[in-house]
Design a protein around this ligand. Structure first.
Ligand SMILES: NC(=O)c1ccc[n+]([C@@H]2O[C@H](COP(=O)([O-])OP(=O)(O)OC[C@H]3O[C@@H](n4cnc5c(N)ncnc54)[C@H](OP(=O)(O)O)[C@@H]3O)[C@@H](O)[C@H]2O)c1
Length: 301
């Protein structure tokens, strides 16, 4: 298939694109400028130069493709709408990237939280309402001739296969630990995040393109851990020991901004049994703690 991927220079989109090419597909990727276009060409991806605001470019690239993967921004309804509109009535596959912060609880580092399946009703915080409405629009397009699918990843870790090697969450905690001389978690750090290795996450996209029913939504996770335990692993990797210190929420807000500070102190717990059962998805990537201590995160020491 000829597949148009937005976010092709990014962490998720770059890894999905690399796996699509390895599986024998042709990939066209959105690139914001000529330099990024060159990076895509180097990876066997045909670039389309434009941004998510260039709706005419998105429209024609989606029309020209056999399928579309939107992995640029889960919170851009305008781009998502033009991409899905381009496919209306065609029966073509459209995969939207959402994100599990739709279940976040702003717990301030306290543990607990609900483990969400696709059937658990959402009680979203206001800041996530737009993402949920965008997801709804995409699922509804299945009634209008679009084979629409949503992949909803949790905290993604590990070495990506594209231009961008890592997602910022764990490198941000590593940088904080290095600057502080000790690993630090927000509040007591007992809040739990589900996590998934980037290659497993990308595999879910490929399986979804192949097997997911129209109008289906999938959480993807390969395990879960508290931020306290994530930071203990960071301490071991840096040779700082396992004793963690508190990073007060106000300080996190000032240093990281509200989105990151709230996210990293929330419980965000999901269950991906549906992806395992319906897609035959079988996550096998290196375990999170092993990847921090002995794997791809050692470059940040
Ligand atoms: N990483 C995670 O753990 C995770 C988990 C769940 C959901 N998500 C969501 O998934 C989406 C992608 O995440 P990611 O980790 O792959 O992010 P990323 O590495 O920052 O990649 C984003 C990609 O989208 C492109 N992009 C962003 N804004 C654009 C615009 N206005 N016009 C054209 N291209 C644009 C970026 O281009 P440039 O290379 O030019 O910047 C890049 O290729 C985000 O919405 C994120 O919230 C991420």
């Amino acid at each position: 298939m000829d597949i148009f991927v937005t976010g092709a220079t990014g962490y998720i989109g770059g890894t999905v694109a690399a796996k699509l090419i390895a599986a024998g597909h042709k990939v066209t990727g959105l690139a914001r400028d000529d330099d990024r276009a060159e990076l895509l060409r180097d990876r066997g991806i045909t670039p389309v130069v434009g941004t998510l605001d260039d709706l005419d470019i998105l429209d024609s690239a989606a029309h020209a493709a056999d399928a579309v993967v939107n992995a640029a921004n889960a919170d851009n309804p305008f781009a998502a709408r033009v991409l899905v509109d381009a496919l209306r009535g065609s029966g073509k596959r459209y995969v939207q990237t959402s994100g599990t912060s739709i279940v976040s609880d702003n717990a301030g580092g306290q543990g607990g939280g609900t483990v969400f399946t696709e059937d658990t009703p959402l009680n979203a915080l206001p800041e996530k309402a737009g993402r949920i409405a965008t997801d709804r629009m995409i699922l509804d397009a299945a009634n209008d001739g679009v084979h629409s699918i949503i992949i909803c990843p949790c905290l993604i870790y590990g070495q990506g296969l594209g231009v961008r090697p890592h997602s910022p969450q764990i490198p941000t905690f590593i940088a904080l630990a290095k600057a502080s001389g000790a690993p630090r978690r927000i509040g007591v750090g007992e809040n739990i995040w589900s996590h998934v290795h980037i290659e497993d996450c990308a595999d879910a996209y490929l399986l979804a393109l192949d097997r997911a029913p129209a109008g289906s939504f999938f959480y993807v996770e390969g395990g879960e851990a508290s931020m306290l335990d994530v930071n203990r692993a960071i301490g071991r990797m840096l040779g700082l020991g396992e004793a963690t210190e508190t990073f007060p929420f106000d300080e996190a807000l000032r240093a990281w901004g509200p989105a990151m500070a709230h996210a990293m102190s929330s419980n965000v717990r999901v269950n991906a049994d549906k992806a395992r059962a319906v897609l035959g998805w079988d996550p096998r990537g290196p375990a999170l703690f092993d990847d921090i201590e002995n794997g791809s995160y050692r470059v940040y020491r």
